[in-house]
Design a protein. Structure first.
Length: 119
């Protein structure tokens, strides 16, 4: 993550690792600086498995529907920035939902608008 972004980060998020979570295709992983507990609003959506990130970057979600979108993202032109491969053109997430397991074993969808915080 760039030093310029470090200057604008108003707060950071502590690292949270789990031995049962792995960086696989579709995982959402929090971006951070080299130091521990420096996560920000930057994140990556993995298009393939990346076991080298396990225990280093916090996993906070995964794509549960819409694998075709991941396939479309794979078609974008990319550039390398350090160890990361990023799209040449900015990609924006325009909507997201928060899913919770329901008592009936299914998933309940919740809009994320009330979950927003500024980082």
């Amino acid at each position: 993550m760039s030093k310029g972004l470090r200057a604008v980060a108003k707060q950071t998020v502590p690292d949270e690792f789990s031995s049962t979570l792995q960086h696989k295709r579709g995982v959402l992983s929090m971006g951070k600086f080299e130091e521990p507990h420096t996560g920000t609003s930057s994140f990556s959506m993995l298009l393939g498995d990346a076991p080298s990130l396990d225990g280093k970057y916090t996993i906070f979600g995964r794509v549960v529907a819409g694998d075709h979108v991941l396939s479309q993202l794979e078609q974008l032109e990319t550039r390398r920035e350090g160890i990361f491969v990023k799209p040449k053109e900015r990609v924006e997430v325009v909507s997201a939902v928060l899913m919770h397991a329901s008592d009936g074993g299914g998933l309940e969808l919740h809009e994320c608008e009330d979950q927003k915080t500024e980082l």
